[in-house]
Structures are given as C-alpha cells and as structure tokens.
Design a binder for this molecule. Structure first.
Ligand SMILES: [Zn+2]
Length: 314
C-alpha cells in the first residue's frame, strides 16, 4: 500500500470526491491532457461523468479508447487509471498513440460499490447496453452469442429509451468522439459474479485472436487464465437460493487462452461493429488481488498501444 505523507492512501479508495480530486490533480501535473466532466442528475443524487483525452488529437492520429467502471463495484479499472495515469500517458506518447479515457463510467455505483447506479436503474439489459441486433423476423436482441446471423445493428439508444442515465450520457458523448480513429477499445471489468475462489483472468474479444499472443503470455506471468471454462457471468439471473443450474444454457466456453467470443451488445461489441480492429473486455475474478488486477489491466493497455504502433509501421 502506497503511503502519501501520512494521508490515507487512495489506492483502495472508492470515495468519489477523493477519486475525482486526485485524478484532477494528477491530470493537471501531467499536462497535455484534457479533463472534462458531465453532470449526471439521478433521482437520488448528483454525480459527474468524467472524460480524459490527449489534448492534441489530430485527424490522422490513432486512438486507444479505454472505458472503466461501468459496473460500479468493479473498482480495479477506475483505480488502474488513477494510479497508473502517468505510466499510461507516457507510454502512449512514446508510441505516438492518442488516448481517450472514460475512467469512471458509473460514478454513483462506484461510490456505493454497487453494479448499478444510485437509482438502482438497470435499464432493459443492464447498463453496459450499447447495441441492438435486428433479427430476420424483425425482433431485437442484445445478445446473439457467437452468431453473426442478424439483419441489422443499431446503437441501443436508437431502439429503446430505457437506458440507465450513465449509459444514456455515454451514448451522447460517444457520438461526438472521433470514432473512426479509434484503433483499439478496452473495457475494464472484474468478475464478482462467477463463484471462483482463486485469481484468474479471461477476456471477451472478436476477430483474429492470434494478435494478442504476447499479451496473453504476459498475463500468464501475473495470474492464470480462466481457460476452457463455461462462463455465464452477467448473463444469468441467479435464483435467491443461489441455484445456477439453469444458467448453463446462457454460458459460453472460454478457449485455451481464456477468450470468449460473444456479441452481447456491450461497448466492445459496438466498437467491433463500428470497425475498430481490436476490441477487448478484460475480466479478472473477484478473488484477484487489486494489485494483480491492475497489473493485468496494464498488460492490456500497453499491449494494445504496441499493437496500434505495430500496425502503423506495416
Ligand atoms: Zn463488469
């Protein structure tokens, strides 16, 4: 645990005011980072949605986009951004990659350590809701698993008004971003749902997964991969008695490197449909110590910057 001149360490803090204050201070010190905030007025309180970005994004620049904390209790993502801010921006700068970061996608959930927001609004399909598939028969789905059988896709905000406030505002802000310049999208999560009592890491992605070979090698040095396992986290309501037997039909098998391919309407799925080459959801199990979860997140952040850089030298 880092000590900061006798002050309580921010390392494990989910105090929202401390988090924002510390992030603002760090951003100011680093310079050339644009810090913006957007007001979120919930029924039960007011919070701020934050955005950080390289200050000098030009039309031909390549961008790594990082989102963290959409599920409020999964604090490793927001804490990675706060604690490793300097390292992240220095590494990106060195490799000529620009950054856009939404460090705290669900601020009220973060402050009270709950998956959903302070109004307990889950919307139609949870708050990681960005995409809808229209099927051949005209019905809409948010999850088509591995299949690519659909008629059309839409931003979910075009199909439903029933989105949690933080998701709604993200749709609005996202539409103003230079989306065609985003070469990699990283969505940082933790899995507190699967009943796994040991540290593990797994990931959702699409397309050719061989490009992540070096990243996988580096993750294995930190925690084991949750490979060849059935995973249903986030896709199954568990009964009050904890019975998960009915979840099996919702589950999907991870591959030998811990990847699950699932078109589940989440942020990475949206970016995949928008044409972003590298779209990743990072998961570390709840039993993974924070330091290790942050280390896994950093492997992805640096690894994706490397991939973007490599791509531009080709
Ligand atoms: Zn999550």
């Amino acid at each position: 645990m880092k000590k900061n001149k006798g002050k309580v360490s921010l390392y494990y803090s989910h105090d929202i005011d401390e988090y924002i204050k510390a992030l603002k201070e760090k951003t100011k010190k680093l310079k050339k980072i644009k810090f913006s905030s957007y007001k979120l007025k919930y029924k039960n309180g007011q919070f701020y949605f934050l955005r950080l970005a390289s200050a000098d994004i030009k039309p031909k620049d390549k961008i790594l986009f990082i989102a963290a904390g959409i599920h409020g209790e999964e604090t490793a993502g927001p804490l990675t951004i706060l604690n490793k801010l300097k390292e992240i921006f220095s590494y990106a700068r060195k490799n000529k990659v620009k950054l856009i970061i939404y460090p705290l996608c669900n601020p009220s959930g973060f402050s009270q350590m709950t998956r959903y927001n302070i109004d307990d609004d889950e919307g139609e399909t949870g708050n990681n809701d960005y995409l809808r598939y229209e099927m051949a028969d005209g019905t809409f789905k948010d999850d088509i698993k591995k299949s690519n059988n659909y008629k059309a896709w839409y931003w979910s905000s075009e199909i439903t008004k029933n989105l949690p406030l933080e998701t709604k505002i993200m749709h609005k802000i996202l539409k103003k971003e230079p989306l065609t310049q985003v070469r990699a999208l990283l969505d940082l999560h933790q899995d507190y749902i699967s009943s796994v009592s040991l540290p593990f890491s797994y990931h959702y992605s699409f397309g050719k997964l061989g490009v992540y070979k070096d990243i996988i090698k580096n993750i294995k040095k930190i925690v084991p991969l949750y490979k060849n396992r059935m995973i249903d986290a986030g896709f199954c309501e568990v009964n009050k008695d904890g019975d998960r037997s009915h979840c099996l039909e919702e589950a999907m098998l991870s591959d030998k490197n811990g990847f699950v391919i699932r078109h589940d309407g989440t942020l990475p799925d949206l970016f995949y449909r928008l044409g972003t080459p590298y779209c990743i959801t990072v998961e570390t199990t709840g039993a993974t110590p924070l330091q290790e979860a942050m280390a896994v997140n950093m492997v992805w952040i640096k690894g994706l910057i490397d991939l973007i850089k490599y791509e531009s030298t080709k």
